[in-house]
Design a protein around this ligand. Structure first.
Ligand SMILES: Cc1ncc(COP(=O)(O)O)c(C=O)c1O
Length: 498
């Protein structure tokens, strides 16, 4: 991890003169980089400064796919909500009336963001995982789910093995669509649901959703899109695309943790038993009988996460205003990143669909002979860059991608490099990545908190690592890769936030 958060300032500090600098491979548009950031909404990590082995630097946030920072407008909305915060759909007092109105308007705002049809439901959940658990719970009994093995585990697993057909990891769009069609032809149940990621959380690659929907609908199947990685980068419109359901996580959409959305067709949702039975979901209760409401509240039992819903609505409204800025920033920086990394000998970029496929700003790569956990650690310690390493909860996909380039996976990670202790059979893993799996990748994911200088810093750091390895010496420990070379460097412990 980076040594410490030092401060948040409005100014990005100069890069120290002894820090490595990169050379850009892709030409930038006229007027860049100022044109790239001119209209951008600010986020909570803009201006964050961290201590590194080479001095204090602006935090290079290249981990948006894990969690995006919150937009400043989201922070403002949360602060305003807390000032008059009260119960929803329960009280008659002023604060309750305001909170209820804002909660209902949040649902409408989020619905507009996803272009819902008039009779769709927009249900607030905890995150994408929760949204899929809710939909799995609401599926009619006679349903088969068809899903690619490449999906994030939250999207692959909630349906249960008995009613799921898993299509092999796709290696081209045409091949994937062929396999999907064949799987759909084999279904014998009354209902079918195709569940598919709009954009891969590993490679950023994007499915042609119009083709997926046409293929599924022709065969009588519905389509549920995991937009956890698509929605922060591109608009998804249910009415225009014909997609039946969409799920997202607020913490990947510039809002805080704890709020997600499931939006889509009402019929299965209204017919299902409540996902969370309790107050708010009931129409009437007697000693003999319980009648449940229809509509989104049916599945939102208990006091709702009103602050989270308002935060998410603020994020959706801000993104809607800024799609053009998002597109310009991300397209330019992602091009720069891909071309910069691709030009480095020993660096491999990983792809499901091959060169030139449509993608959002997410890049998975490995450096030959270097463990990805070491790379991610050294990027943080030496350069103040935040990325993620591992299998990103998509084990089958990462295994397939790394099998393309066995030399790039670093299965005996750093034994051939001077200055590093070899980490036995385990690389540092985090989140849901299983410990002891040696072959992993690094993922850089861009968004509104990423600047051109951050991308150039990453490319320069990777170039140096590929040629010489990290500058410091690291040893594997139970907590991942650690270095003792930092003794003497001033460390500021971040203040506890409460
Ligand atoms: C594509 C995709 N789907 C689903 C999820 C699960 O999201 P959450 O953990 O917020 O439920 C993630 C998280 O990384 C993801 O990237």
């Amino acid at each position: 991890m980076a040594l410490a958060v030092a401060e948040r300032s409005g100014v990005t500090p100069d890069v120290p003169s002894h820090a490595p600098h990169g050379h850009s491979s892709a030409p930038l548009p006229e007027g860049a980089p100022s044109a790239l950031v001119a209209g951008l909404p600010r986020t909570s990590t803009d201006g964050l400064v961290v201590a590194t082995a080479t001095g204090r630097r602006s935090y290079a946030n290249l981990d948006h796919a894990a969690s995006t920072p919150a937009l400043d407008r989201v922070l403002d909305a949360v602060a305003a909500t807390m000032a008059s915060y009260a119960s929803v759909h329960r009280g008659k007092g002023y604060a309750s009336a305001v909170t209820t109105q804002w909660y209902d308007e949040s649902r409408a705002e989020v619905g507009r963001f996803f272009g819902v049809r008039p009779d769709d439901h927009v249900i607030f959940t905890r995150n994408t995982t929760d949204s899929w658990s809710l939909l799995a719970h609401a599926l009619p009994a006679d349903t088969t789910v068809v899903v690619f093995a490449s999906e994030h585990h939250s999207t692959l697993l909630p349906w249960g093995p008995d009613r799921t057909i898993t299509v092999p990891v796709p290696r081209s769009i045409a091949g994937g669509l062929r396999d999907l069609a064949a799987a759909l032809e084999s279904v014998t149940t009354r209902h079918t649901l195709v569940v598919i990621a709009g954009a891969s959380n590993v490679t950023g690659e994007v499915w042609p959703l119009a083709e997926v929907v046409a293929l599924a609908h022709e065969r009588g199947a519905r389509v549920a899109v995991d937009a956890a990685q698509l929605a922060p980068h591109r608009r998804i419109d249910l009415a225009a695309s014909g997609v039946d359901y969409v799920a997202v996580s607020g913490h990947k959409l510039y809002a805080p943790y704890g709020t997600g959305v499931l939006a889509g067709r009402a019929d299965w949702l209204d017919a299902a038993e409540p996902y969370l039975a309790g107050g708010g979901a009931t129409a009437s209760v007697t000693g003999e009988e319980v009648a449940w409401v229809r509509g989104p509240e049916r599945h939102e039992g208990g006091s709702p996460n009103v602050v989270g819903a308002i935060a998410l609505a603020a994020a959706c409204s801000t993104l809607t205003e800024h799609w053009a800025d998002v597109a310009l920033l991300e397209h330019t920086l992602a091009q720069r990143l891909r071309l910069g990394l691709a030009a480095i000998p020993g660096v491999r970029l990983h792809s499901m669909f091959g060169e030139g496929s449509d993608r959002v700003a997410v890049v998975a790569f490995t450096i030959d002979g270097l463990d990805s956990a070491l790379v991610a650690t050294a990027l943080s310690v030496e350069y103040g860059i935040g990325v993620r390493d591992g299998k990103f909860c998509a084990h089958q996909l990462v295994d397939a991608l790394l099998a393309d380039h066995p030399a790039g996976g670093a299965s005996s990670p750093v034994g051939n490099r001077e200055g590093y202790a070899v980490p036995g059979n385990s690389s540092a893993t985090s989140g849901c990545d299983a410990p002891g799996i040696p072959v992993t990748a690094v993922r850089a994911s861009l968004g509104l908190a990423t600047r051109l200088e951050h991308v150039e810093r990453l490319v320069a750091a990777v170039r140096r690592f590929a040629a010489h390895g990290p500058a410091l010496r690291y040893a594997a420990s139970a907590d991942g890769w650690v270095t003792r070379d930092l003794e003497g460097i001033e460390e500021t412990a971040p203040q506890r936030p409460w």
